[in-house]
Each structure stands twice: as C-alpha cells, then as structure tokens.
Design a protein around this ligand. Sequence first.
Ligand code: MF3
Ligand code: CO
Ligand code: CO
Length: 254
Amino acid sequence: MISIKSTREIELMKATSALAAKTLEYIEPFVVPGVSTEEINRLCHEFITKHGAYPSPLNYHGFPKSVCTSLNEVICHGIPNKNEILKDGDILNIDVTTYLNKFHGDTNKTFLVGNVSPEIKKLVDVTYQCMRAGIETVVPGGHIGDIGAAIQEIARANGYSVVEDYCGHGIGREFHEAPQVVHVGKRGTGPEMKPGMTFTIEPMINLGLKEGKLLKDGWTVVTRDKKWSAQFEHTILVTPTGHEILTLRSEETA
Ligand code: MF3
Ligand code: CO
Ligand code: CO
C-alpha cells in the first residue's frame, strides 16, 4: 500500500524535509580537511535536536549514530567515527533524516573535501545529474520505473554503474514505506505515481562495478572493487501537475 498524504500531512512533510535540508546547509562549512566524521555527527545531532526533531537513523534497527557518513569507496550507511579524519581530495556523503511532528524527511549530499581530482568531481556531478533526471520524470500518471530508466541512461552513458542493492523509498510516518524506488528500470513499469505520494530518489553511482560488500560492523557498504562511489538524495512530493522537491537547498534550482 502506497500512502497518499492529506493536505495537513503534506504540510508536516514539508516542515520535516525543510529541516533535513537546512541541516545539510548548516554542516557544509565544517566539511573540511582535519575534521572527524564523529564531529560532523555531533554537530548534525545538535542542530536537529535544537530544532525540536529527532535524528531518524539513531537506533534505527540498531544504527549507532545520528547521520550516515559515507567516505570515498563507501556506497552508503557509513558510521561516523572519531578516528576517521577528512583529508584533502576526499568525497563525503552525509545522509540526514529528521523526525519532526511524526514525519520523516530524508536527504543526502556528497561533499567535496578540499581539492578533488577532475575524475572524481565528474563522478559527483554526474551523480547529481542522475538524481535530477530521475526527479524530472515524476508526474501523476507516470510510473516508478521511469525514474530508474532515466538515471541508468545517464550513468551508463558516462561509463559508471548504478547500485542495485539499495534503493529509494516511500517516506512519511515511517522512515521507509512503499514503494521501493529502484535506480535502474524500464519506462512504464512499476506502480503509478499519484498526487500526494512522497518518496525519495537517491541514486548511488559507482566509478567501477555496481557490486557492494557489507563490512563486519553490519552497516558500512563499500564497493567490492574499492573504486569510489557518490550519492545524492531528495524527498519528492507528487503534485497534481508534476512534483515538488521537499528537501531543496538554497544552492539548488527548483
Ligand atoms: N537515510 C538512509 C536512506 O536514505 C537510511 C539510513 S538507515 C540507517 O534511506 F540506519 F543507516 F541510518
Ligand atoms: Co532514503
Ligand atoms: Co537518506
């Protein structure tokens, strides 16, 4: 069952999503060489709780921290750690999910740390383009498979691979709801998009092969070939005429 949010529920989704977006804006100046991912976790936790919300990842199926921090070859679900210090040329994805007034908002961004090589910068740029192309397909009467089809075309045209083991998801009163939003697919397949649906689009794009491997900590997913991976995520509302990005940051165009 895919939930359709009421007008009031949409207001609450907008509030929690805006706070998640604000958290990414707030943390940006701290994502510099010399800072630990634990410090980034602490600052995000403080910002989210100061605004009356709870960081959804904390204790979610036992996840030990308030945000996910995924560095370089980490595909997703990296755990903040005081011994993990950012260095020049790294890329760090920070994934923020807020729980405010009973609703979750979920967004992530891959940050460049200092001077990043052109090859890796291109991976990050194309990953953002992939997410935006997926978002562009969202319209009532469209199908969830349209999203993955658009993403996969751009990734493959650039010689990258799309992670298939983790996907986007419906979001609302639950962190992860139906439908699953796979980042590869065929146009016209999957559930039909209807006004009032809210879901994330969060492609993970790899420089090398798509396969990941779960580390012994039970959370961190790294690429099998150790090549680097990037991701962006937005929470999207299907509107009567198209869509709205609920986690839009001021640096972005609507
Ligand atoms: N925020 C992630 C997502 O985009 C999920 C993180 S689950 C956690 O769906 F437990 F690792 F926090
Ligand atoms: Co998500
Ligand atoms: Co997320």
